[in-house]
Design a protein around this ligand. Sequence first.
Ligand SMILES: *Cc1c(COP(=O)(O)O)cnc(C)c1O
Ligand SMILES: [Zn+2]
Length: 407
Amino acid sequence: MIKGLRCRECGREFPAKALFVCEYCFGSLEVDYDYSSIGRQMTRQSIESRPRNIWRYRELLPIDGEPTVGFNTGMTPFFRADRLAKELGLKELYIKDDSVCHPTLSFKDRVVCVALSRARELGFDTVACASTGNLANAVSALSAQAGFKRFIFIPADLEMGKVVGSLIFHPRLIAVEGNYDEVNRLCAEIAARHRWAFVNINIRPYYAEGSKTYGFEVAEQMGWKAPRHIVVPAASGSLLVKIWKGFKEFHKLGLIEKPHTRLYAAQAEGCAPIVTAIVENSDIIKPVRPKTIAKSLAIGNPADGYYAADAIRETQGWGAAVSDSEIVEAIKLLGETEGVFTETAGGVTLAAARKLIEQKRIPRDESIVICITGHGLKTQEAVVDHIGKPIKIKPTLSSFEEAVGDK
Ligand SMILES: *Cc1c(COP(=O)(O)O)cnc(C)c1O
Ligand SMILES: [Zn+2]
């Protein structure tokens, strides 16, 4: 039930078309809903009775008619991580695991299902994106399923898993010799010339709303309440902003009590513009040139950085930046304690959570959610030299006993 688009800065209203900046003040546009009529239709019971995908929250998603893609996306695992909690000395720790999101194993499947359903309603036949990797995979796969023509733009130095994970769906995959911020700038120019739905440019207001479903699910899966603390990986900062928006919307509709959640941004030391602004208590997000193994988070000039920092301050959260070796250690720790193989972004999140706990920014005895957002098979390069090797033996019992037998 979209009411329209609204400027985040001056509040002016716009029709719900493929618009993304305010023509008066250049502020970014956000989707506005008719909450009073949504409130009558969305109850805990009505939501629980619906299929287990992102569209169970459809009144709070930006489409007018029926969704056209994403019927297997969402409702990913959420579980108590007691072995990891013990390792970190925590009482109540949860993992929200989008490393197994359908169909391309990252939370980007959520945002793309929403973007493509809206792109179809707006009459587009071609979709495109500027991506740090996971978005490329999600747009490639879901636009194949939905029957769009597709152009995918990535930095040329992405991991093999992300390249293969796009090419297999046969998009036009354009590898740009530059970093994500350069890819994004180029795409903004292309978007001005071609009538394509660039999911994270001209239809960004709709796309970004898809991230709320991650927060909605956390609240529903916790038993209709928000956690005290949630640690979120930040690239553009959009996921963090939208998780918070999702909690506030659930409260507005009476689905949960007033959330007392604190939000924490997790970034890599080699690309931490949002964390830097938080730690230095600055209103300005200073762009950086990324250098980190966490390529999915390597956005040096984050589009929603300002709003992410704002949400963090509003909730009295904080942020932490972690080194490449801390990322690798955290990926291994998550695997060894919880059997979850995450990509580098998940390593950033766990390592940042660990740091925030050690700094006593997050207390050990309250509920904490760690956001795992992508699968480790996509970033094997990051860990392959740090996990040992298989034990090679001949196909004989004696060879086995010699190699591993306990003598
Ligand atoms: C894109 C991405 C993020 C962060 O997304 P933003 O909304 O741009 O902050 C986090 N984790 C993974 C795995 C991603 O691909
Ligand atoms: Zn404006």
